[in-house]
Ligand binder design. Sequence first.
Ligand SMILES: Cc1cc2nc3c(=O)[nH]c(=O)nc-3n(C[C@H](O)[C@H](O)[C@H](O)COP(=O)(O)OP(=O)(O)OC[C@H]3O[C@@H](n4cnc5c(N)ncnc54)[C@H](O)[C@@H]3O)c2cc1C
Ligand SMILES: *[C@@H]1O[C@H](CO)[C@@H](O)[C@H](O)[C@H]1NC(C)=O
Length: 389
Amino acid sequence: MEVVEVFIVGAGPSGLATAACLNKFSIPYVIVEREDCIASLWHKHTYDRLKLHIAKEFCELPHMSYPDDAPTYIPKDQFMRYVDDYVEHFNIVPTFNASTESCMYDEEKKYWAISAHDKVNNKMLEYAAKFLVVATGENSASNIPEIIGLPSFPGETMHSSSYKSGNDYAGKSVLVVGSGNSGFEIAYDLAVHGAKTSIIIRNPMHVMKKEMIHLGMVLAKWHIPLKFVDFVLIVLAYFLFGDLSKYGIVRPFLGPLLLKAKTGRSAVIDVGTTELIKKGDIKVLDSISRIRGKLIEFKDGKKRYYDTIVFATGYKSTVNMWLKSDVSMINSDGMPKNDFPNHWKGANGLYCVGLARRGLAGIANDAGVVANDIHDVIEMVRDEVKIQL
Ligand SMILES: Cc1cc2nc3c(=O)[nH]c(=O)nc-3n(C[C@H](O)[C@H](O)[C@H](O)COP(=O)(O)OP(=O)(O)OC[C@H]3O[C@@H](n4cnc5c(N)ncnc54)[C@H](O)[C@@H]3O)c2cc1C
Ligand SMILES: *[C@@H]1O[C@H](CO)[C@@H](O)[C@H](O)[C@H]1NC(C)=O
């Protein structure tokens, strides 16, 4: 069994940011990743045309900026290079191909007993750690809803995390289920590649341009009340897009920034999708009621044939599958019990980074406060030992 000070689960941006912040205090850690690369979500489960939706100044990891000549909205490849540089700069060496399968707190010995499955050598790795940092992300497993008749669908079905590009879909009928950022952008990508595209929009949502969200974030940073900022954004959206309700896009009651702050739900960034919806190139549909083979039936009675279904229906956290003895920090959905900013600390040296639905800015914040807290606890114990001596 390897004895470590801090054990970090997951080598995505959250785990790496935590490692860098611990590095600044020279606190030793081990970081373990189930895949064979860092930032696996970005390397393996994002589509080609993805760019950060938020301006770069709000997407930095701690202690390292983007190059000055980087564009305001960083493309996926450049983001992955930045993360590579980050790992090199802070000399972070994750243990790859190792999936954490069990973490239990030993009340007697006062440490976390951790088992990880080394998939290459097919053996268990055992660790004992004083501190445990959950950094497995909000996107750990794909979420696909249960739909009556889905197994009878003969065409291709996939989750948005497997979607790369519309290249292979020209001329095909594709249904995108879900209208978050991924669904909205994938529908656009399909349509411009010549697919006959439909999208299901079920819930009210704000549609914004990324520059508008940027403006909102800058105003909010200057402590202008969110209610007022939201009012400005909604007026701008109305001027830009007009009334979208006749296309099935209805605005929520709360404004975009307040909604994000209160529920974690983001406004959807328009990359050209609304224009195609207005032109009729992308059809907006109601929820599915059932599927009979290739024929999909919708709640409003419409029936259509499709070749492919893309489920842009979000993700699930998988923390509860391996975090066995926590009653303090994580709820039954695998997300923090407490709201931001009180979400990141549990009992017995347990922490989480990147689970507050606040993107990369939230990750940078969490990693900083968690490393500071671990540092403080270590110093306190050291002082107590000194006094006893
Ligand atoms: C399509 C898409 C676009 C996005 N765009 C933006 C954006 O523009 N701006 C922004 O701020 N945020 C964006 N996000 C949010 C995104 O969640 C964060 O940017 C970031 O990747 C989250 O980092 P993370 O480290 O918390 O989680 P992840 O990147 O998911 O990393 C978690 C890691 O933990 C590993 N892991 C999971 N379980 C285990 C286990 N049991 N044992 C070992 N390892 C494990 C996973 O393999 C993964 O590598 C986007 C997300 C998606 C899906
Ligand atoms: C991880 O596993 C893959 C195969 O699944 C292998 O190619 C790779 O070399 C492994 N990486 C490490 C660091 O063990």
